[in-house]
Design a protein around this ligand. Structure first.
Ligand code: MN
Length: 242
């Protein structure tokens, strides 16, 4: 059961994250030989105990997941550490909001990028086993060809990989995390998501570029327009609705 570890770490009566027990998960195993078809990918910016970017690729009914502390880079010379973490349910790709403090991964989650990915090898399972997966991304921010290369197991037994951009037309020295810090589904900063969803705004804001927060604070119209969507139930770590 690929999602066992994911479920073991979470209390679904407290966190708004999906349990992965919905209809879309496990059952939908691809049949036959995997073809070069477009699959979903998502990058979730996550201000938990430390800021990181969760890079997730749809594969065989789950989201293969890596935690990338500094986020993706368009410069092939910049190799970004990517720690492999437990598989996540497919529905997780739609999650943007607040994980209650004290829960696993407590903090604010943003859908930083999403789109489709296409494997550049015929046999993805074998590429994953070998520790070298080449693929193309067609997202709103991330484009072009990339590779994930496994280096060695970390101290906790998890595998350490590097996320590297291949040379192509999309190569750039600019820092995409600074250039494009907002959600691709709601256009919000982390601080705005935390505010709307009843999370810790100050903590979330430390994950946004300082210049963006200053701009927001200087714009009274933008601040006035913001109202929390619902009561901040998550502050008390109680199950929703109680
Ligand atoms: Mn995370």
């Amino acid at each position: 059961m690929p999602l066992e570890e994911y479920r073991r770490k979470r209390r679904f009566d407290v966190t708004p994250e999906p349990s992965g027990k919905g209809k879309s998960a496990a059952k939908k195993k691809p049949t036959g030989k995997p073809k070069a078809k477009a699959l979903h990918f998502v990058v979730q910016k996550h201000r938990a105990s430390i800021l990181h970017y969760d890079f997730r690729l749809e594969w065989k009914g789950v989201l293969l997941s890596w935690s990338v502390p500094k986020g993706p880079a368009f410069d092939p010379a910049t190799k970004r550490l990517a720690m492999q973490v437990e598989d996540h349910p497919i529905e997780y790709a739609k999650f943007e909001g607040v994980i209650p403090e004290g829960e696993y991964g407590g903090g604010t989650v943003m859908i930083w990028d999403e789109g489709t990915w296409t494997p550049l090898s015929d046999d993805v399972s074998r590429s994953l086993e070998k520790g070298e997966l080449k693929f193309e991304l067609s997202g709103k921010k991330l484009r072009g060809s990339w590779v994930l290369v496994r280096t060695r197991p970390a101290k906790d037994g998890r595998f350490q990989w590097l996320l590297i951009k291949h040379r192509d037309d999309w190569v750039s020295k600019e820092d995409i995390t600074e250039l494009a810090p907002r959600s691709v589904v709601s256009n919000r900063l982390l601080a705005e998501i935390a505010f709307d969803e009843g999370g810790n705004v100050q903590k979330a804001a430390t994950g946004d570029p300082p210049g963006q927060i200053e701009k927001l604070l200087k714009d009274p119209a933008a601040l006035k327009a913001r109202r929390p969507k619902r009561k901040p139930a998550v502050w008390h770590s109680k199950p929703r609705g109680s």
